[in-house]
Design a protein around this ligand. Structure first.
Ligand code: TXA
Ligand code: MG
Length: 344
């Protein structure tokens, strides 16, 4: 049990974080995507502790964070080259994770016995300062309890991790609010997006038009077909039944008015510019309908608020699958466990 301390970003806070990491402790820290729960990759106790405090299934591998491409190259079988090098040079540091064949510096607990490792250079001063000072790559999953919405502020991390970790570094709200885009080079040399995020389909397409979405981004996949282990687990879910509603302002409004059962505790999440007349239901707003960046920044925070209020039914108006809107759609459809209502 720890008396968890939260410190704002400062040279002193970074030194404390470095000390904890070097001592093999795990800490909460911000990135530009979501807050992570970080530990040094070369200390098996740190890695085991990450799995333990999150309640993370033992077959769901961790992302390894590095500060530069040279550090990444040490963790993989062959140095980054070709189209992946072009993509890495363009989008690192940033919200992009690349799956590559691992070197023997990656132990099997991190990679869950896969032959590959997920690597990213975050665009986060906290994470980069710490890695540069320790010169050790950091394994860091999102800092939430497994299955729950990710943490986009230090207070979210405190809610999930208080007394389980000694220290949380606070650098305000995360810029993107959804986790990094994960990509992998397919057998036939195309770029496969396993998880959409801040580096969008359109961004990747502008570098190489041989890019495609894994089926699992928008559809429930059979466990046997999973290419990313995390996909088979429940994700981002507040308690209550979540429904993703594909519709416009009017069809969503009609749907709510015709389908709400008032013996349940209901809420709806919609756009700030929606104009919907409905009673007996709590309403949350997650941004204007075309402001995908604002939606991504807010969605987890709203899902976490809703989780605390114990709704029975949660109806979410779907975002457009454009830009980072695709990442928002993906998180909502998974929070809904693929319960989708198509109105139009
Ligand atoms: O933005 C992010 O990526 C955040 C911040 C903290 O960096 N991290 C994050 O980690 O989202 P996590 O653990 O919540 O999600 C990592 C995902 C999991 O779904 C996992 O299954 C997948 O990456 N993954 C990790 N290693 C993999 C591998 N070798 N092959 C396929 N998928 C992998
Ligand atoms: Mg996660």
């Amino acid at each position: 049990m720890f008396n968890t301390e939260i410190l704002k970003y400062s040279p002193l806070a970074i030194n404390k974080a470095v000390e904890y990491i070097l001592n093999g402790e795990i800490i909460g820290l911000p990135t530009e995507t979501v807050y992570g729960l970080a530990g040094r990759i070369d200390n098996i106790n740190s890695i085991n502790r990450i799995f333990f405090v999150k309640g993370r299934p033992q077959d769901n591998p961790l992302i390894v964070h590095v500060s530069d491409i040279d550090m990444a190259n040490k963790l993989i079988k062959k140095p980054i080259s070709g189209i992946i090098k072009k993509i890495a040079n363009k989008f690192w540091p940033g919200p992009l994770t690349i799956i590559m064949e691992k070197s023997n510096l990656i132990n099997n607990v991190i990679s869950c016995n896969l032959s590959t490792v997920a690597i990213r250079i975050p665009n986060s001063r906290s994470m980069l300062d710490i890695i540069k000072k320790t010169k050790i790559p950091l394994a860091a999953p999102s800092a939430n309890i497994s299955g729950k919405p990710s943490c986009t502020s230090a207070f979210h991390v405190f809610d999930d991790m208080k007394s389980k970790i000694p220290f949380i570094l606070d650098d305000g709200d995360c810029e993107f609010g959804v986790e990094s885009t994960i990509i992998k080079l397919s057998q036939d040399g195309r770029i496969c997006i396993l998880r959409p995020g801040g580096i969008t389909f359109e961004d990747l397409y502008s570098i190489d038009n041989n890019v495609y979405l894994s089926d699992s981004v928008l559809n429930k996949t059979l466990i046997s077909e999973c290419i990313s282990p995390g996909i088979k687990y429940k994700h981002y879910s507040p308690s209550g039944d979540v429904y993703l509603i594909n519709g416009n302002n009017d069809s969503f409004s009609n749907f709510l008015n015709n389908n709400i059962n008032t013996s349940f505790k209901n809420c709806a999440i919609m756009f700030n510019n929606d104009n919907i007349n409905i009673q007996n239901i709590d309403i949350f707003y997650y941004g204007n309908s075309t402001d995908y960046k604002f939606q991504s920044k807010n969605i987890f925070s709203i899902l976490r608020d809703i989780d605390k209020k114990s709704y029975d039914k949660i109806y979410i108006r779907a975002p457009k699958k454009i830009g980072v809107g695709l990442a928002v759609y993906n998180r909502i459809v998974r929070a809904a466990d693929f319960k989708v209502v198509d109105l139009d």
